[in-house]
Structures are given as structure tokens and as C-alpha cells.
Design a protein around this ligand. Structure first.
Ligand SMILES: [Zn+2]
Length: 721
């Protein structure tokens, strides 16, 4: 399902004409998601060079919808239906359809105009209606949904279209080996190239839909390209004309250019008809999508935890997307596994967790479903969704316009090593995401354009490649009083093998002297850790401490490294000698760790690494946004700000791995007497359990509101106002 992609660092992207400054300012300064100290995050995006092929593509962008205005309870209703099925829509009843959704408390839905098979589900003179469909399904859906007051966007499949691939083989995307990309069953769907006359066909079909149907917006799926570039005749000719080679860097540029040209044409088409209409392009939601944001009305984060994405994916990605100045919708699925999983129904507790976790991270909720070909929604599915959506609805008064707060900004390693695979989370990102969640820290994920100043601590994990711009940004952040945690080879210049900033307090000597080293913590700096050598499962770096840098932990070396010639026992060679060579140093508010500790946490799961980072954060961030000393690491806590109100969410849904690639949540966990300390300069007037709206006793001491939640069964929110 996922394709590995090698793409160049952003610094080599070409200079493209700037979008008109006042226009970008209008888009980016819209106070959407402008949380405390975060309104400025979008500003640097104003200077982003825009990546469109022709100046003509740079038309005006109408203003975005009112902030916070999107519906909270959405459904994405898949309907990819083979022409071999002969009774499409035969059991569809418009009133029943809308009533099922209404009764499940759904207030927005994406329904199908055109599917991956290429069939249309509406009356059309341009596209091809599904041969078995006897009526205007889209039209009946839209009218019934409108009557129930449910927002309706139409779904349209872009790159995957079986029908057009058969009719126009010349429009197919071509890989470097000259073969068309994608075959049904072994590689999902045939891919079309959006740089062919197919785009004109797409635009004509969408114009017809927008002219004839009273929808609220368009939802465009599968806007992606072969990672190694497309070798169709149109792409070859255009790259030649633009002077772009077939190198990874140039194909990345060309892919981006083609994708943003599609976005521009469809965005303008929808907005010409619907000035505030929803426009979303799926398959583009990666670290580095920031420059495409002016062509999106909002962001949707497709992340089905049991369908190949895993539970870490949403946690990493949402913490980036929510900083981009757009409303965000989290999308899971009702499936046991992934899309198209007929007869696979997710556990109620898992659905509850996934949706409540969206709210706990300041984003809206969407559940993916697939309609049976005959057109009847499944009653059990909507009963289950209804249970969850009633919980969501009850919490909405404390979620509307709420912004997640964060002390810590962590740069994604994809910021300097971009990857267009939407499902993929780099190992280092997975490591810091899980570690910080388990430590109950509040954090956002950054790219190179993110502002550092809103954060008390910035982390550059393991492999952040330096540039002059990044070094200068880090230096001015430190000069302004920020704290920094750097690990392994982050900020290490590949050519000179020197660190890009002097404030780090260490000099690079080379790779660690042994592959299998031990971490020797100095007790006064890590009083909560047992005093014993801890193995470093991944090899790190060798550094010397510069003057002014304090050594917090040192290396222990093995007798020898394990090899064919010399080995001892089953695994790593035991500790041979203790050394004074630093593994962890601190100089003022800058900490350096000479090991890929975040990637290693994802690979090795050794809790000691989390304890080490936890202790270091205690030094750099003595007063975090929230302290929950009795909360287990498997529980989550998030802090949101809703105007003057603080809303804290505690989630406890333990998951266990019960299949090789699937983590299962079967029931909510129970916690009692949970102590919460929430940083607040002034004592709030009232604390209450929400949505119960029941007053909760609290006290205010040392800048924290302190309370105890009597009972958490899966989820409990607390409001301080
Ligand atoms: Zn092409």
C-alpha cells in the first residue's frame, strides 16, 4: 500500500514566482487556529516560494470559512463499486438513508460522485454512470441530506480510475521502467497521470457536478504520483522544457508542480461556485505540505490505526497539522482493518477512543464507512457510531474553537528528509511521539518553517540536517531564552563533520568507539534511575565536551565488540570499563545526547531512554503545562485552551497487540483518584468535570490548579474557567 520515496531536502527546491504577498497574507493571517502564541506560526509561510508552473495559475483565493465552523461529527462514505455487481442502489431509500445518519448524530458526510473504478453515481453527460445504477444516487442523497440539515461534500477519485485507464491507456502514469503504474489486486489501482489531458476531463466532470448539485464542497482523493517521477510523454516533455532532469530532486519538484496545478484548477472551480466551499486534497498530508495550504479549505488526517497506519501515526501528524493555520479533521474508519473491510466492524471502545482522541487534540471527527452496493447503510455500524457521536456531541461545548497547548516543539526528521508516503512516520518521530505522550508532555511537531518562539523547549531529534537558516534560527531562539535538546547527528554538517552551532557545547569526534556501548548516568543528575550500566542498543556518536559543558552521563565500553572472531554469550559483550567520555552534556539550557535515543526508543522500546529524556526535560522545563504524577504511561493527558478556559482531557484505553500488525482496544480502562496539576498563572473561579458539568474541588498552589478526578472510565475531561 505504501511506496517508499526518496526525495531531496527542501533547500534545493527551485525559486518559483512568489504568490502575491497581500493575497497570501490574507489567507495565512486568517485567525484560524491562532492559539496562544501560535498565531505567528503561519507568518513565515508568507515568504514561502510558491511552486506553480505558470503565473496564470496564481489567481486570487477566496477567504477560508469562518474559523471553527466545520461540523464535528462526519462520515466518509466509501462506495467503490465494481461494474460486475448488478443491483447497485437497488435498496436505497433516501429518507431512511438520511434518517439513519441523523439518528447516529452525524452532521456532515462525504458521498460519492466518482469512485476508483471510474464510475459516476449521478446524472451526467460527460462521465460514465455505473451501468447497474438506475437513478441519480448522488442527487437523491444530496436532497435528503439537505432536508436533514446534514452538510454534504462530494467525493471524487483523481489518480485512481480503472475506467479511464482502460479507455485512455495513454493517460496512465508511467514508471521509469516504461511500464504503467498500478495494476488491480497486486498494486491496488491503475494510476493516471494528472499532467495529461485527463485533467481537462476531470475539470469538465467536476464543473458539471458543481453546476447540478447543491453540495457544500468537494473532496478529492488520491492526488499522488510515482515517487520516482512520471515518464509519460507529457511529463517527459514538460521536464525537458523546464530543464528538469530525472534526478530524485528534479522529479520531486516536477511532482509538486503537477500536483499544485491540479489543486489550483479544482480549488478555483469549487470556489467560483461556492465561495466558502470545502476543498480538500487527500494523499498529500505529509510533513512539508505547508506550501499547498492556500489551496485547501481545511485539512483531513486519514489515519486508520488498525488499517496499516498504527496508533502512533495520528499522534505524530496531528501535532504538526494543527500548527498550519487550518481547521483539522481526524479520520478513522469503522472497519476492523481498513477501507473496503465489509463485515469488519471496529470495537466500540476503539471507536470511542479514536474519536475522543481527536477532540482531545483539538480537531474534528470523521469516521470512514463503506456503503453496501445495494445502497443501505448498516444498522449495527450506525448504532455503534451513534454511541460514539453522542459522546462527541456532549463534549462539543468544551471543544468548539479549542486549541491544543504545547510547551515543546519537536522537529520532524521528515522536515529535512521529506517523504511523500502519507502513512509513514519516520522511526525517530515515532520514538519521540510515543516517549512524550507516555511522559504526558504537551508538544507540537515542527517543520523548517515553524516558529520556535512559542515553545519553552525545542527538540532536534537524531538526524535533523543543518542549514545556515536553521542554525541561525536555533541561535536566535537560544538568545531569546529558549531551551534546546539535540541528539545524535542533528545539526552535524555532513561535509565538515562539525556541529553547526557552538552553543551545543560539544565537539564531534566520530562514530562511537564501539557498536555496543553502555550508558553510565551520574547519579546526582538522574536520581530516579537505578545506578547500573544501561545498554545503548543503537550505536551513537563520540564527542568531547567543550569548556562550560557539564557531563551528565558517560560511556561504558565493552571488553570488545561482538563479531564472528570475538564474542561472549548470546548478545552484547558485557561492560569492560567505565570512561569519562560524555554521552549526555548540558551547557546552560542546551542538552546534547550522543545517541539516536528517539529512533532507538521506536526500535528497542527500552523505557530507560524515556526516563532519561524525562529527567532532562525536568531540567529544561521545570514547570510543564500539566503534571499527572499518578497517571500510568498508557494513559494520555492533553491540555486545550478555549478562550480563557482550560480544558484537560484524560484518556485511558489500553491497547494490546493481538495480531502481527494490529493493536486492539477492546474496552475502556478504569482509573480512580487521578491527581491533575494544570499550570495556570491565576486561580480559576471554577473547575468542573465535563461533559457532566459537575463541580470539582480544587486548590491553586505554586502556579498550578490542583484537583483529583474521582474516576476515569476511558475518558474524562475537566474544565477550569
Ligand atoms: Zn505523466
Amino acid at each position: 500500500m505504501a511506496h517508499a520515496v526518496v526525495v531531496p531536502p527542501r533547500s534545493i527546491l527551485p525559486a518559483i514566482p512568489l504568490m502575491a504577498e497581500p493575497l497570501l497574507s490574507r489567507v495565512w493571517k486568517a485567525p484560524v487556529n491562532a492559539g496562544p502564541g501560535r498565531g505567528i506560526i503561519g507568518v513565515s509561510a508568507m515568504t514561502r516560494r510558491f511552486f506553480l508552473g505558470t503565473a496564470a495559475a496564481l489567481g486570487p483565493s477566496p477567504a477560508a470559512p469562518a474559523p471553527g465552523g466545520m461540523p464535528f461529527r462526519q462520515i466518509h462514505l466509501d462506495f467503490h463499486t465494481s461494474e460486475l455487481i448488478g443491483d447497485v442502489g437497488a435498496a436505497f431509500n433516501a429518507e431512511e438513508f438520511a434518517a439513519t445518519l441523523r439518528d447516529a448524530r452525524v452532521n456532515s458526510i462525504n458521498v460519492f460522485a466518482k469512485c476508483h473504478h471510474g464510475w459516476a453515481y449521478y446524472d451526467t453527460k460527460i462521465a460514465a454512470r455505473h451501468p447497474a445504477l438506475k437513478f441519480d444516487l448522488l442527487g437523491e442523497m444530496v436532497r435528503a441530506l439537505r432536508r436533514e440539515g446534514i452538510t454534504v461534500n462530494y467525493y471524487y477519485s483523481l489518480v485512481w480510475d480503472v475506467l479511464q485507464a482502460a479507455r485512455h491507456p495513454e493517460w496512465r502514469a508511467i514508471a521509469a521502467d516504461g511500464k504503467p503504474v498500478g495494476r488491480p489486486l497486486d498494486d491496488t489501482w491503475p494510476w493516471l497521470c494528472m499532467n495529461t489531458p485527463y485533467l481537462d476531463q476531470v475539470v469538465a466532470e467536476n464543473r458539471e457536478i458543481l453546476d447540478n448539485y447543491d453540495v457544500h464542497g468537494g473532496w478529492f482523493d488520491i492526488l499522488k504520483q510515482p515517487p520516482g517521477g512520471c515518464f509519460c510523454k507529457w511529463c517527459l516533455a514538460e521536464r525537458k522544457k523546464l530543464g528538469l532532469s530525472d534526478s530524485a530532486a528534479d522529479t520531486y519538484k516536477h511532482n509538486k508542480l503537477v500536483a499544485m496545478r491540479v489543486e489550483r484548477r479544482l480549488f478555483d472551480l469549487v470556489r467560483a461556485k461556492l465561495p466558502h466551499g470545502a476543498v480538500f486534497f487527500n494523499s498529500r498530508i505529509v510533513i512539508g505540505v505547508r506550501d499547498e495550504m492556500p489551496l485547501f479549505s481545511h485539512i483531513e488526517l486519514e489515519s486508520l490505526p488498525t488499517g496499516g497506519w498504527g496508533y502512533s501515526h495520528f499522534q505524530q501528524r496531528v501535532r504538526y497539522l494543527r500548527t498550519l493555520g487550518k481547521e483539522v479533521v481526524g479520520m478513522t474508519g469503522r472497519f476492523h482493518k481498513s477501507w473496503g473491510d465489509f463485515g469488519g466492524l471496529k470495537n466500540q471502545a476503539a471507536l470511542d477512543y479514536e474519536c475522543l482522541n481527536f477532540l482531545a487534540n483539538g480537531v474534528k471527527v470523521c469516521v470512514g464507512d463503506q456503503l453496501h452496493p445495494r445502497g443501505r447503510l448498516d444498522a449495527a455500524t450506525y448504532s455503534r457510531i451513534g454511541v460514539t457521536y453522542r459522546k462527541v456531541e456532549a463534549l462539543e461545548p468544551w471543544c468548539r474553537g479549542a486549541e491544543a497547548a504545547a510547551d515543546i516543539g519537536v522537529m520532524s526528521v521528515a522536515a529535512t528528509n521529506p517523504d511523500m508516503t502519507t502513512q509513514k512516520v519516520p522511526l525517530a518521530d515515532q520514538g519521540f511521539t510515543n516517549m512524550l505522550l507516555e511522559l504526558h508532555q504537551q508538544f507540537n511537531v515542527l517543520d523548517l518553517d515553524s516558529e520556535f518562539t512559542p515553545y519553552k523547549v525545542v527538540i532536534l531529534p537524531d538526524e535533523i540536517r543543518p542549514s545556515a537558516a536553521l542554525a541561525s534560527k536555533v541561535e536566535s531562539y537560544l538568545a531569546g531564552g529558549g531551551a534546546l535538546l539535540v541528539s545524535h547527528e542533528s545539526l552535524l554538517e555532513p561535509a565538515t563533520r562539525r556541529f553547526a552551532i557552538e552553543a551545543l557545547g560539544v565537539r564531534y569526534l566520530g562514530p562511537a568507539k564501539f557498536k555496543g556501548c553502555y550508558l553510565l548516568t551520574i547519579r546526582e543528575h538522574f536520581p530516579r534511575l537505578d545506578d547500573t550500566p544501561y545498554f545503548l542498543y543503537q550505536p551513537g556518536t563520540s564527542v568531547a565536551a567543550e569548556s562550560g559543558a557539564e557531563i551528565l552521563a558517560t560511556y561504558g565500553f565493552p571488553y570488545f565488540d561482538r563479531s564472528k572472531e570475538q564474542f561472549c554469550s548470546h548478545k552484547q559483550t558485557p561492560l569492560g570499563r567505565r570512561t569519562g567520555e560524555p554521552v549526555i552534556t548540558r551547557k546552560g539550557k542546551v542538552v546534547y545526547i550522543a545517541n539516536p535515543i528517539f529512533r532507538s526508543y521506536a526500535q528497542d522500546g527500552y523505557g530507560v531512554y524515556k526516563q532519561v529524556v524525562g529527567e532532562l526535560l525536568r531540567k529544561l522545563l521545570p514547570a510543564p503545562l500539566v503534571l499527572a504524577p499518578t497517571l500510568p504511561s498508557t494513559a494520555q493527558v492533553t491540555v486545550l485552551r478555549q478562550g480563557p478556559r482550560h480544558v484537560v482531557h484524560v484518556l485511558y484505553y489500553p491497547l494490546t497487540r493481538r495480531a502481527p500488525d494490529i493493536d486492539i482496544i477492546e474496552e475502556p480502562g478504569l482509573l480512580e483518584n487521578v491527581e491533575l496539576r494544570v499550570r495556570m498563572d491565576r486561580a480559576p473561579a471554577r473547575a468542573a468535570l465535563v461533559p457532566q458539568n459537575r463541580a470539582l474541588p480544587f486548590r491553586h498552589e505554586n502556579g498550578y490548579a490542583v484537583c483529583r478526578i474521582p474516576r476515569v472510565l476511558g475518558h474524562q475531561a475537566v474544565s477550569f474557567e
